[in-house]
Design a protein around this ligand. Structure first.
Ligand SMILES: Cc1cc2nc3c(=O)[nH]c(=O)nc-3n(C[C@H](O)[C@H](O)[C@H](O)COP(=O)(O)OP(=O)(O)OC[C@H]3O[C@@H](n4cnc5c(N)ncnc54)[C@H](O)[C@@H]3O)c2cc1C
Length: 388
């Protein structure tokens, strides 16, 4: 396995780092205080080309591999998890599903808008179907040239600010995963209503909300994936999002680590820098090992995808490791800062709040462990059969 970056990748990484350090900080306090979506900053992200890194060139994107988007996300997340999530959503599940499974008209209509700054929304979760996503109830009924959606989605990232929704729905009341397909719905469609959640614990600046569909009539031509093997196809695309979420967590952790390292070298107690105390050094050793393990898993998950789709085990493993590393590292970095870390003058408390999300959203750590556990045991049983 070779993780050496090409010159092009190094250039992209440097550009993302400069953008993150120069353009994002002036917006952070306002986003955290008001939870307002920073439209001017999103426009700048799009102008830099960061919204369409993986989107094919013919639709205005850069047509680069997932790992290139991951490098950008990591740099941006060191400064701001919220903006890093915007880059993830614009480069992973929804555009991948449109590029891969959409017809020519859908690709032409929707992919350039994402490149231009319209972060898409993925709407799966419902009040009674969180981890049990295949139990979702939102119904899709074909009526002439339209598909009619009815149901409620919750905890939807970007609800109220985004203009494009990929809605998972149950067709013709067929139970289980086999009944699930997906429809592209624009925010201005009659029958789509959003109730924004005023404030979440962290990752503020990108609103979460509930989305109600009441006899929401969408042209049939906007069905992206039909049921049958539709859910399997959608989850293949969702694995890109999981690798992206793992990268945001990793970047937040690394950002907190960098602040703590600078502080530990500067802050003196008992006449010496606190970084010279063994107790503090061991904290840094643990933080470093957690971040390095997470980074290796994230990069591996993003690169072992010859067909453009990360392996589901690699994605789940990276997500659990990076999300748990982010929680541990941001807390340790806050601890290194003492009282200053607990104040709102420094970004550590925000980083702790932001990091906390990633063992929940996009599939909880427990559900990822279910997947990893069943997969490793299945592999082990096949290997034992081979040996016998
Ligand atoms: C900030 C944020 C943004 C989100 N954005 C989106 C979005 O854009 N689109 C979207 O569709 N969804 C989104 N979600 C929803 C997210 O995907 C769900 O919250 C997640 O899948 C868990 O569902 P739940 O919250 O209903 O928890 P539940 O499924 O009710 O789980 C509660 C607890 O029980 C555990 N549990 C449940 N079942 C099992 C099991 N079989 N084995 C072991 N443990 C289990 C869980 O791990 C968890 O600890 C977002 C969530 C958050 C917090």
């Amino acid at each position: 396995m070779n993780f050496c970056l090409t010159d092009e990748q190094k250039e992209l990484q440097t550009r993302a780092r400069a953008f993150a350090r120069q353009k994002i900080p002036p917006h952070i306090a306002e986003m955290d205080r008001t939870n307002g979506y920073p439209w001017p900053l999103i426009k700048e992200l799009a102008q830099e080309g960061f919204m369409g890194i993986t989107i094919p060139k013919e639709f205005g994107g850069a047509g680069r591999p997932l790992i290139d988007a991951i490098l950008v996300v990591e740099e941006i997340a060191k400064v701001c998890g919220t903006i890093a999530r915007v880059v993830v959503d614009s480069n992973t599940a929804v555009p991948k599903a449109i590029a891969e499974y959409g017809n020519a008209a859908q690709r032409q209509k929707f992919l350039p808008t994402i490149v231009g700054g319209d972060k898409p929304v993925i709407a799966i979760t419902e009040p009674e179907a969180g981890s049990a996503a295949t139990w979702l109830k939102t119904s899709a009924t074909i009526d002439g040239d339209h598909v009619v959606l009815n149901g409620k989605k919750c905890w939807i990232t970007g609800a109220g600010s985004s203009r494009l929704y990929l809605v998972f729905a149950r067709f013709d009341n067929v139970a289980g995963a086999g009944g699930i397909g997906a429809v592209l719905v624009t925010a201005d469609t009659k029958g789509l209503k959003v109730a924004r959640i005023p404030m979440m614990m962290g990752l503020r600046g990108m609103p979460e909300g509930e989305v109600d569909f009441v006899n929401c009539r969408v042209p049939k031509s906007q069905i992206l994936v039909m049921p049958g093997d539709g859910f399997r196809k959608l989850m293949r695309c969702y694995n890109l999002q999981r690798v992206g979420a793992a990268t945001v967590a990793l970047g937040i952790g690394q950002g907190a680590f960098d602040l703590a390292a600078a502080y530990a070298n500067k802050r003196k107690q008992f006449g010496q820098s606190i970084g010279s105390f063994q107790g503090v050094r061991w904290m840094f050793a643990d933080m470093h090992m957690r971040l390095e393990s997470a980074r290796l898993l994230v990069y591996r998950a993003a690169t072992t995808n010859a067909d453009g789709f990360p392996d589901k085990m690699a994605a789940a493993t990276a997500k659990v490791c990076a999300s748990e590393a982010a929680i541990a590292v941001t807390n340790a970095a806050l601890q290194v800062h003492g009282a200053a870390g607990y104040s709102c003058d420094l970004p550590l408390e925000r980083m702790v709040r932001d990091a906390r999300m990633f063992t929940i959203g996009g599939g909880t750590a427990e559900m990822q462990r279910n997947l990893i556990g069943s997969e490793v045991l299945a592999r082990a049983s096949t290997e034992l059969q081979d040996v016998a």
